[in-house]
Design a binder for this molecule. Structure first.
Ligand SMILES: Cc1cc2nc3c(=O)[nH]c(=O)nc-3n(C[C@H](O)[C@H](O)[C@H](O)COP(=O)(O)OP(=O)(O)OC[C@H]3O[C@@H](n4cnc5c(N)ncnc54)[C@H](O)[C@@H]3O)c2cc1C
Length: 475
């Protein structure tokens, strides 16, 4: 691919263009199993830079891949066709915090935790917060429709986006949405950008609403000898009008992994449920927690612990918070891979799904774990496997297919929060088979030269075992 580096240097300055092999490799992967080298890395500092870079890329039909922190788990920011990786992290200013009108305006490279640090003195917070909030950027979160532990009560990123400014594929700057809480003025184009994974435009500014920080939080845990009973608890909590602000499941594989790496001494049971209620009035929080506790007990949850203490809550939650890295150490030589890793299923299928994941893993000779933000319907898995063995990839492939076939058969969806990218595209295409043409028509209308993050979502390869960075190569 012919790239005029001098042209890019003219736009953003020498210090903001990288083309040495080490950078191209680093920017060629994210937190998924995929990798493919970038042709150049460019760091814009403002919207005008983005517009000029995009105009150059469009007139030369060069792929352009926006990138936040690269914490995406499905290969969304991997340049599978090469091209310019647009590192948005220098556009990291909080532009406005407007308490009177309950919104803030931010640049896309602002890190989630930094935004919450800026909001803290005003007694408000931006709630969607994924577990990766220490690094994930607002642009990446919007493009992925991220969500997190508190989404069971507060919702996903899409529920906090009021508006945005976007650089379109021809370099034009467009404003979508508004600054008011409600809007019925035509197509909701800001919503179209949410979950678009960098394929429709480049977000250069976002207007987000926020929520008051609750005065009281009470966290609890319950242990279960049967994972189905934990699943039934989740379903009943959600169907019976309780309002947890967090409802998380950890299965025995997850418990073993965190005990091994963090020495937490969690009980060796089939499942642990973590729950939390929050609010401005302590009596109201007590009421919620007691309701949740009663449902846990009804389904044989035992060893229930409750705490309002901030330090104790952090301790209780630390295993769940650090679960992803802990899983990598579950067993020597096994890598923790993000494959089929964040489905959502209806609440009534939560118990069956947890058991099904273990059955599929056993049948296919891989280790899988069932955990996640189950209160919002999200069931995480990871496949622990030896990636140097071809047979393990074949097993993983079969397991992934069985998981998705099951999830789709019960009315679930391919991705709850981590997005589609490359890894989940085959399952996504199966699930959305009757709307793929509409998605392709939207893409064609907004990006006729197919320069914006090409080869993702509905246009990704049919086999997800492509451009993998783990040691066994398939091609
Ligand atoms: C340990 C760990 C825990 C995680 N936990 C969660 C979780 O709890 N919930 C959750 O939802 N996710 C989670 N994730 C996944 C990931 O962190 C989120 O999807 C996050 O939103 C990605 O943000 P990012 O800045 O890293 O985006 P990147 O990975 O850099 O990019 C993601 C996508 O956004 C696009 N993009 C980035 N910036 C822009 C922009 N300005 N304009 C247009 N498109 C853009 C990219 O092209 C790409 O398609 C986790 C990841 C890790 C590694």
């Amino acid at each position: 691919m012919e790239l005029d580096l001098e042209k890019l240097i003219k736009i953003v300055g020498k210090e903001n263009v990288r083309s040495d092999p080490a950078d191209l490799i680093v920017y060629g992967s994210d937190s998924s199993v995929h990798e493919a080298p970038a042709t150049a890395v460019v760091r814009p500092e403002n919207a005008e830079h983005v517009q000029e870079i995009v105009r150059y890329a469009n007139s030369n039909k060069i792929p352009i891949i926006p990138r936040g922190a690269g914490s995406g788990m499905s290969g969304q920011a991997v340049p599978i066709n090469g091209g310019i990786v647009l590192d948005m992290k220098k556009m990291n200013h909080v532009l406005e915090i407007n308490l009177a009108d309950v919104y803030c305006r931010v640049e896309p490279g602002v890190v989630d935790d930094d935004l919450n640090r800026a909001l803290l003195p005003y007694g408000v917070f931006y709630p969607p917060t994924p577990a990766s909030s220490r690094v994930a950027t607002i642009g990446g979160e919007i493009a992925n429709n991220a969500s997190g532990v508190r989404s069971v009560k507060y919702g996903a990123v899409r529920d906090y986006v009021l508006g945005m400014k976007v650089v379109m594929a021809n370099g034009d700057l467009a404003s979508f949405g508004c600054r008011t809480r409600v809007e019925a003025s035509g197509y909701q184009l800001d919503r179209l950008m949410v979950g678009s994974e960098g394929t429709l435009g480049i977000i250069v500014e976002a207007t987000l609403r926020f929520a008051p920080i609750p005065k009281f939080r009470c966290m609890g845990t319950a242990n279960y000898n049967k994972i189905e009973e934990a699943g039934d608890t989740i379903a009943e909590i959600m169907a019976s009008g309780c309002q947890p602000s967090l409802l998380e499941l950890m299965d025995n594989v997850a418990i073993t992994a965190v005990n091994k790496t963090m020495n937490l001494g969690l009980p060796d049971v089939e499942a642990i449920l973590m729950f939390e209620a929050d609010g401005m009035v302590k009596e109201a929080v007590d009421f919620e927690v007691e309701k949740i506790k009663a449902v846990c007990e009804k389904h044989n949850g035992f060893g229930i612990e409750l705490s309002y203490d901030a330090k104790e809550r952090t301790r209780i939650f630390s295993g769940r918070k650090k679960l992803f890295p802990a899983l990598s150490k579950y067993q020597e030589l096994l890598s923790c891979t993000s494959l089929a890793d964040d489905m959502a299923v209806p609440y009534s299928k939560m118990a069956e799904t947890a058991r099904k994941i273990h059955e599929i893993a056993k049948r296919n000779n891989v280790i899988m774990t069932a955990y996640g933000h189950c209160g919002s319907g999200c069931m995480h898995t990871k496949i622990l496997m030896d990636p140097t063995k071809k047979s393990q990839w074949e097993n993983a492939k079969q397991a992934v297919m069985e998981v998705y076939d099951y999830v789709h058969s019960v009315g679930g969806t391919t991705s709850a929060e981590h997005g589609i990218g490359i890894s989940k595209a085959p399952a996504f295409k199966k699930e959305k088979h009757d709307s793929l043409n509409i998605m392709r028509a939207v893409k064609k209308a907004l990006d006729p030269n197919n320069i914006l993050n090409p080869g993702k979502l509905m246009d990704a390869p049919d086999d997800w075992v492509t451009a993998t960075r783990l040691r066994y190569k398939h091609n």
